[in-house]
Design a protein around this ligand. Structure first.
Ligand code: CA
Ligand code: FE
Length: 303
């Protein structure tokens, strides 16, 4: 019970035309709908109505939305969130387009988190009966689905407490100031079976560091980098490997300055997955395993 997975990320963009080109033709998402100034997208292997929502008005995160397993989970988690002291708003069916009843929380970090149980189902491109492994006609990178997001918070310890104590996320990896400290400087947390559905690093409140799409393997990642060069999409870092999550990665930017990532590999997690600890002095290696250091822009540029 409880949260199953990241459902969608809703972000602001400064130029809807340029943004649509990026998400549709470079990333290869499918545009599923348009309504009230918002444009909705999903990956070819996703079945719900959307996993990305774009809205004009600058850059940055409007909200992150997680799908819960049972209708009753909403009420239970609402009680737990209220106890934790977060501000809550009920969203009625279709107040969030194509989404059922939902609860929206404003976290102490200023991030908006929506929990919902039901979404309109559109189905995957290959279907559920005797499917081919991938569909024809994919554009650009052709990402199958969203994977995770990483945000910044002035108090990442408190942010981590909310997700673990209230929403029952597990921490796959964390960064502590020094060995033996239980202060969380950064954490990677999961409810699904991947290394993370959400992560937090220190930085300004209410900001987005990046959101990421899944790719199958290293060779898909190489091809994604080719697409980025071909389309003059600015690459931030990569292709390289993370120490944390062991994922293979490329960071790049959408035309509004929101950072995206394509993420391949990484281990799988279980409810009894033991938490891996990094000391802050090794954070560079944790993030970029080959370079073993962070570049200034990577930690300072958020949207
Ligand atoms: Ca994930
Ligand atoms: Fe990431």
């Amino acid at each position: 019970m409880g949260v199953m997975r990241l459902g969608y990320v809703h972000v602001r963009v400064s130029d809807m035309g340029a943004a649509q080109h990026h998400y549709q033709e470079v990333l290869g998402l499918q545009r599923t709908d348009q309504r009230d100034g918002k444009v909705f997208f999903k990956g070819w292997d996703e079945w719900d109505h959307h996993s990305v929502v774009l809205e004009e008005g600058g850059a940055g995160l409007v909200k992150m939305a997680f799908k819960v397993e049972r209708e009753e989970d909403l009420e239970e988690l609402e009680t737990r969130m209220a106890k934790f002291g977060v501000q809550l708003t009920r969203r009625h069916r279709n107040e969030e387009h194509a989404i059922g009843d939902a609860i929206e929380a404003t976290l102490p970090s200023g991030h908006q988190v929506l929990l919902y149980h039901e979404a309109e189902v559109l189905g995957t491109s290959t279907g559920l009966l005797n499917p081919d492994p991938w569909p024809d006609g994919l554009l650009g990178i052709g990402v199958p689905r969203i994977d995770h997001l990483l945000v910044t918070a002035e108090d990442p310890h408190l942010f981590t407490r909310f997700f673990t104590e209230v929403l029952d996320f597990k921490i796959s990896e964390k960064v502590v100031p020094e060995l033996g400290s239980d202060q969380v400087l950064a954490s990677w947390m999961f409810r699904s079976n991947t290394p993370h559905d959400i992560a937090v690093i220190p930085g300004p409140d209410a900001k987005l560091h990046h959101f990421a799409f899944y790719l199958e393997d290293w060779s898909s990642l190489l091809k994604a980098a080719d697409v980025m060069s071909k389309t003059r999409t600015p690459i931030d870092v990569g292709p390289t490997r993370h120490g944390i999550t062991r994922g293979e990665t490329i960071y790049f930017f959408d035309p509004s300055g929101n950072r995206n990532e394509v993420f391949a590999g990484g281990y799988i997690t279980y409810p009894d997955f033991p938490c891996i600890t990094w000391t802050a002095d090794q954070l560079g290696t944790g993030v970029f395993y080959h370079n073993r250091e962070l570049n200034e822009a990577f930690t300072s540029v958020v949207s």
